[in-house]
Design a protein around this ligand. Structure first.
Ligand code: F6R
Length: 367
């Protein structure tokens, strides 16, 4: 049942190229120029009237929602907020019938997310669910559903469900952008073409997993470490940090790289591992300055970046892992893969139960 893999998590990491293809299949027309979402009940009229978007989810699905926020803001130019579901209801969110609320849930059964969905509907909002389980409570109650076709996810640590959620956000963002005319047909076709290259690019990274394994063995001896990044790199850093905590039990924090000097830098001491996500070219120079801040205090820095930046970055970091080149907005769908492998191998090196980490359940049905 594990298809020759030692753990479900590793199997599911390797299933991501298929999950990407399956989630895109039938949702990109043959010309490669348009996203089609025939399942959506949301009408073009309603889409044109959307004034704000709220994305609500828990855990890893929330981290997908952080990427979703950037995707929709950049492509559709609508204000977007992303909240954790257990906080959303209690902050009196401003929800109107012109609010599109997107709930994200692999299982479709998370109690806090379901409660947020109901709260949003009670204010007249249209609720769109991104979920992996057809017929789940969230899928049934939502006004609209985009199903991620990741297939069953058994490991408690979510991998292919998260990346499929990213694909769903890209598809949705492109669809909304076309209806609202916020991207040119050329821009849309360009992003679609880059999306279609992602599955093969993930395969390429998976074939280089050994480089990550060595680094994971090093960090498995530590009790604390940091992930840093800016913009979408920060969103990926947060997911990488959660993944590491939940299965390796190593304490880590994800920090917006520019925020370190406002307090957290005090924790950087000799030998502490720092994983720097450095893919977003518009802020790369600034991220490099932040890398230098931690290097100067003795941190051991591993960068995740594009091949073309490896040589330059190696002047300021100890190690670098190159990911294949893609558009800035699509980078999370690649950059998270080495972090999934990192947490997997760190957990393995510590002799933990990778697929069933302590204290955690696959589906969280209590609030
Ligand atoms: C982390 C993880 C959890 C879930 C969270 C939401 O790897 O699996 O953080 O992402 O409990 O679950 P769903 O997506 O089923 O609502």
């Amino acid at each position: 049942e594990k298809g020759g893999f030692e753990h479900f998590m590793l199997k599911e990491i390797h299933e991501q190229p298929k999950a990407y293809r399956d989630t895109m299949r039938g949702r990109i027309d043959v010309s490669g120029k348009h996203v089609v979402l025939p399942e959506l009940k949301l009408t073009p009229e309603q889409i044109k009237n959307i004034r704000n978007v709220q994305i609500v989810a828990c855990g890893t699905a929330y981290h997908a929602g952080l990427v979703g926020r950037s995707v929709i803001e950049q492509l559709v130019k609508i204000p977007v907020e992303t909240d954790v579901a257990s906080e959303y209801r209690y902050r009196s969110p401003i929800v109107t019938p012109e609010t599109l609320v997107i709930v994200v849930s692999q299982s479709g059964e998370t109690a806090d997310t379901l409660a947020a969905l109901r709260e949003a509907q009670s204010h007249g909002a249209h609720v769109l669910a991104i979920t992996n389980v057809v017929g789940s409570s969230i899928a049934r109650d939502a006004d609209d559903v985009i199903t991620t076709l990741a297939g069953p996810e058994i490991a408690v640590a979510s991998t292919k469900a998260y990346t499929s959620q990213l694909i769903a956000f890209y598809l949705l963002g492109l669809y909304l952008a076309e209806v609202r005319g916020t991207q040119t047909p050329e821009q849309i076709a360009h992003i679609i073409a880059a999306m279609q290259a992602l599955p093969e690019q993930v395969e390429k990274m998976l074939s280089q997993a050994d480089a990550i394994k060595d680094f994971a063995e090093q960090i498995s001896k530590h009790e604390d470490l940091f992930f840093i990044g800016r913009g979408l790199d920060y969103a990926v850093a947060q997911e990488g940090s959660l993944k590491l905590k939940e299965i390796s039990y190593i304490h880590s924090e994800a920090y917006a790289a520019g925020e370190l000097k406002h307090g957290t830098l005090a924790l950087i001491e000799d030998g502490i591992p720092v994983i720097a996500l450095a893919t977003q070219e518009s802020v790369l120079e600034k991220t490099v300055s932040n890398i230098k801040e931690v290097k100067a205090r003795g941190a051991e820095v591993m960068a995740i970046t594009f091949e073309e930046h490896v040589a330059g970055l190696l002047k300021s970091v100890d190690q670098a892992f190159a990911i294949p080149k893609t558009l800035p907005i699509l980078t999370p769908a690649l950059a998270v893969v080495p972090l999934q492998l990192l947490s997997y191998y760190a957990s393995l090196a510590r002799g933990n139960d990778v697929d069933k980490p302590r204290n955690l359940a696959k589906s969280v049905t209590v609030e």
